[in-house]
Design a protein around this ligand. Structure first.
Ligand code: ADP
Ligand code: MG
Length: 240
């Protein structure tokens, strides 16, 4: 579903990604972790073409998105992205946030978009808040709306970049619960997170990055029980 092949990337003279290769199969959940500044956000942005790569390529369902030929708005509609800061449109109601992409990009009629939106609001437990504005909601509620908004586009895969790290502790579970149910329903997911409880529950593989490199890419059990690299061992000892 997602294939990253030998990607190098520089921010001017600083090499942020070094020979990164990674594939995510249909229905797989891959958790990406590693120290701050190791390139996790940059890697995930390359999968959505929010950042260009310098060398190597990224393929979505076998089609290159880095050869300059791909339609980026179509791609972004197909690969949902949820960020640390919820990035909802502040001047639009919850319902409008969920409908705008469906109407503008997917050309759905407003009634169809609304039905889809209401179904997703029910799914994330936010039906009662459809008419509110983002700033009237808690961080956990905003993040659930951000997930619902991404799902409204019928994505083939979902990317998450530290979706719970800006939340107060009591709101983390309500967001993780939505992500766990998505994973259990078979959504293809690439999740940057340090929530190792989430990783233990639903990840198929854990990828550990350090200083722009993918240092480990291992089945979950092995990552927790027997990390191969000293860098991953040191990281785990700090966060567990
Ligand atoms: P992570 O998500 O693992 O914390 P990032 O991908 O955000 O790492 O950043 C990796 C490195 O690249 C950091 O040193 C960061 O300061 C740098 N960086 C990130 N974005 C930019 C940018 N737009 N321009 C220049 N440097 C950047
Ligand atoms: Mg980051």
């Amino acid at each position: 579903m997602v294939e990253i092949r030998g990607v190098d990337k520089w921010y001017s003279t600083f090499q942020v990604l070094k020979g990164c290769s990674l594939s995510v199969a249909r229905g797989e959940v891959v958790v990406v972790c590693g120290p701050s500044g190791s390139g996790k956000s940059t890697l995930i942005k390359c999968v959505n073409a929010l950042e260009p790569v310098n060398t190597g390529e990224v393929l979505i369902e076998g089609t290159s998105i880095t050869d300059g030929k791909a339609s980026l708005s179509k791609l972004r509609a197909r690969v949902g992205m949820v960020f640390q800061h919820f990035e909802l449109f502040p001047h639009m109601s919850v319902l409008e946030n969920l409908c705008i992409g469906q109407e503008k990009v997917l050309k759905r009629k407003s009634e169809e978009a609304r039905d889809k939106a209401m179904g997703l609001l029910a799914r994330v437990g936010m039906t009662a808040h459809a008419g509110k504005y983002p700033l009237q909601l808690s961080g956990g509620q905003q993040q659930r709306i951000a997930i619902a908004r991404a799902l409204a586009m019928d994505p083939i895969a979902m990317l998450f970049d530290e979706p719970t790290s800006a939340l107060d502790p009591e709101m983390i579970t309500e967001v993780l619960d939505v992500m766990v149910s998505l994973a259990q329903e078979g959504m293809t997911m690439m999740v940057v997170t340090h929530e190792m409880g989430f990783a233990r529950k639903v990840a198929d593989r854990v990828v550990f990055m350090d200083r722009g490199e993918i240092v480990e890419d291992t089945p979950k059990a092995r990552f927790f029980e027997d990390p191969q690299s000293d860098r991953a061992k040191a990281f785990l000892s700090k966060i567990l």
